[in-house]
Design a protein around this ligand. Structure first.
Ligand SMILES: Cc1ncc(COP(=O)(O)O)c(C=O)c1O
Length: 378
């Protein structure tokens, strides 16, 4: 298949592109045909089939494992990114004075749960100060001391679009015996990930952005050392060895990451998530990443050409699909005009910045249309 054919067939998965210019994959994902079919299948079957949970969840785990290059047995499906992070927090054996390092530029999902540990457990939360929503690894290193137990960071910043050098941070964390918690939502599905090679200990991401799934189902992957430290927050009936043995109350926790589950999983969401992941794996995450970077470079050039201050790093190795810039006109007016023209982007940074997030199904014409409208908006 030529690059052009590959691209056209990926774009054809998203029929909603006939109704709007969608440049908001960092917001909530556009629905794809495989996802629509999975949701319809669930509705059509209407519980008239006996769902094999093991097989459905097993397939979804295999596809989730493939997209992050991890092992299925270290994956469970969460309710969202926050829930995945919260599972870590609830299961960690905190001692008063333990330290956690996070940045002031994190999305609340990776900020609020940590901050709450100050009052609840006496944990020392050190805050890395970002510069225009960007951070350096040195900023993290300088905030660590002998009490630091965890560094929590976004792989890709929802605001600046900066992609953190996780593998380097992972090496530092291993040396210092610190657990590395990563919010992966703004990168997975847009960029290739190898959780083992990156030295991640706990990865949490809802599926509803670059992974093209609906909201409310996420993936969590953990390293062996995190698996050995993090206790399940509760003993849920879906988190034991034989969930469908309703008579055995002496059962142990599941031997794999399922031990972190509580009650009934969101099967519809997992079916939809699986459809989206299968589609992405089928099209190839490396090809998707190359296309995403091509489009983010194009967007940065268009913003630079107008003299609009771009927050997003110019070097492709330091970004994925998010591009954020400050236009000379009013960002709020621009977003309204874009929306009136059925061009979907986001306003971020307290209304100062426009964020364009183009997935591999977008093209340069989508981006040109956005700039054309912004140029004409005051
Ligand atoms: C970096 C980041 N983390 C997390 C989320 C969402 O968190 P949750 O899945 O808990 O709703 C978002 C955006 O909504 C985000 O940009």
């Amino acid at each position: 298949m030529s690059t052009r054919q590959w691209y056209e067939s990926f774009r054809a998965m998203f029929t909603g592109l006939n109704r709007c210019v969608f440049l908001n994959s960092a917001g909530v994902a556009m629905v794809s045909e495989p996802v629509r079919q999975a949701v319809n299948q669930w509705a059509d079957e209407g519980q008239c089939v006996d769902y094999d949970y093991n097989s459905i969840i097993g397939q979804a785990k295999a596809n989730a494992a493939a997209i992050i290059s991890g092992k299925s047995e270290r994956i469970f499906f969460s309710r969202n990114t926050t829930h995945g992070i919260q599972t870590f927090i609830l299961g960690y054996p905190w001692q008063k004075g333990d330290g956690v390092v996070i940045a002031d530029s994190e999305f609340p999902a990776n900020r609020l749960p940590w901050l709450s540990l100050r009052a609840k457990k006496g944990v020392d939360i050190k805050i890395v100060k970002s510069d225009k929503y960007k951070v350096t690894l040195d900023d993290y290193y300088h905030n660590c001391d002998k009490n630091t137990k965890v560094i929590a960071i976004s792989w890709v910043s929802y605001l600046s679009g900066q992609k953190a050098a996780i593998a380097e941070l992972g090496r530092f964390c291993r040396e210092k015996n610190i657990l590395l918690v990563v919010d992966g939502i703004q990168g997975i599905g847009a960029a290739a990930m190898d959780v083992e090679q990156m030295g991640i200990d706990w990865l949490s991401a809802d599926g509803h952005k670059w992974m093209c799934a609906p909201e409310g189902v996420g993936l969590v992957w953990m390293s062996e050392r995190a698996f050995n430290v993090i206790e399940p927050a509760c003993k849920g009936w879906f988190g034991v060895v034989k969930p469908f043995d309703f008579e055995d109350f002496e059962q142990d926790y599941a031997p794999n990451a399922d031990r972190y589950l509580d009650g009934s999983p969101m099967l519809l969401g997992i079916m939809a998530f699986n459809a989206a992941l299968k589609m992405l794996n089928g099209f190839g995450i490396d090809k998707i990443e190359a296309r995403v970077l091509e489009l983010s470079s194009y967007t940065i050039n268009e913003a630079n050409r107008r003299g609009w201050q771009c927050l997003t790093p110019a070097n492709p190795k330091d970004r994925a699909g998010i591009v954020t810039f400050k236009p000379t006109g009013s960002p709020a007016n621009m977003i309204k005009t874009l929306c009136d023209n059925k061009i979907i982007c986001s306003l971020r940074g307290g209304g100062q910045y426009i964020r364009i997030s183009a997935h591999a199904f977008n093209n340069q014409e989508d981006i040109d249309r956005a700039f054309y409208v912004m140029d004409r908006s005051s």
